[in-house]
Design a protein around this ligand. Sequence first.
Ligand SMILES: Cc1ncc(COP(=O)(O)O)c(C=O)c1O
Length: 457
Amino acid sequence: MGTIFQVEPSARAGSERYAGHVNPQWARLLDLLQMNVRYERCVGAELFTADGRRILDFLSGYCVHNVGHNHPDVVRALHNELERCGPAMIQTHVADLAGELAEKLCQRAGGRLTKAFFNSSGSEGVEASIKFARAHTRRAGILSAEHAFHGLTCGALSLMSDPFWREGFGPLLPATVAVPFGDLDALESELKTKQFAAFIVEPIQSEAGVCVPSADYLRTAESLCRHYGTLFVLDEVQTGMYRTGAFLAAHHFGVEPDMVILAKAMSGGLVPCGAVLMSDAVCDSVYSSLPRAFVHTSTFSENSLSMRAALATLEVLEAEQLGQRSIEAGEYLTARLREALRDYEMVKEVRGVGLLMGIEFQAPKHLRLRIPFEAFGAVHPGMFGQILVMRLFRDSGFLTQVCGNNFMVLKVAPPLVVTDAQMDVFVCAVQDVAELAHSPGAFWSEALGLARRAFQA
Ligand SMILES: Cc1ncc(COP(=O)(O)O)c(C=O)c1O
């Protein structure tokens, strides 16, 4: 059993203010999981806490920190931009940095992607892609894949099938339909109706459990979309910016989407920034005449700090060859995890592409483990995964999370600058926690403690 993590006093005061004025349940949940710590300094893959602990980040803020935390080149670029006192958000000017960034993103994305619309988050990108697809096709419907994660604004949420996220927020957008990910027959039978403006899909479904489609799924989906006049839109908010090795995951599958949504890792994890890349034809359908030149805009859209951070991030990703690093490190980590976890009956699979990986757990077969597993699953389906996450954090100093729409998959997505030595320690930590989960005692009594605290708090 690891040491119980003490909450340092100033962290406690900060957390109470947060609970008092922002979101009390969030602070409460982190307290419960013993993960409510104050981070003082974050560099590369390392997070240093106020009470002197070092945590290794194997989550990257859900694929935000591809270049590592506070990369010095991105920090410097931001300092320089602030110091030059340039045009940050004039609104009525042509933002030259936006042009430079759009050109670079489109060059790397390739295919039919020649224009960019900038925004400040992934959800906003999804919203924009819905509008652009409707404007281009003059159709209302939007198709998505079951268990997708596209963001929590009303339009993006309408494309997410899991009831947890939707409940209480309806009515959502009409004419939205989700088909099973990987099921081309289901997709075609919807496309045939010719009601759909776009099929919006993650090339690898991250929060659904790091689901990698078969080699031909996306290619066939793309040609079906073309055939029925529906735009093929990839949400690369997590998979883009070299997370899976290629600039876009689309490149692994040889597809040419009509639009690609980027965000998260675009600006080095320091300034909000997102983009929708699109074809000339889609762009022209929206900005179709002089009076419509500003028909879709956003105040923060092309602000110079975001643009500068994104340009610097792109440079770092390429100068440090982090795409190549993602592939090599992903192969290394996958092999090591598979080897270390192969004898544990509750480990179903280690999968992923590059450094977007998941470890899928499954219900145990042996009765002595099955009874506690089912009992705690009945309290909350996420209980098993949260104990894994909690123990990895508390006992071994690793920040991880389970997937948002599949609590049995532990997400493994460290910054692309992670070292072999850091991955080696991670493998040992995961093996330790797997060992614990396969012994009837400590892991399960911890679950009981967690359940009690949840109901007492
Ligand atoms: C694939 C995907 N799309 C869209 C979003 C929404 O992004 P944001 O939280 O920046 O609005 C997310 C967020 O996790 C995501 O994972």
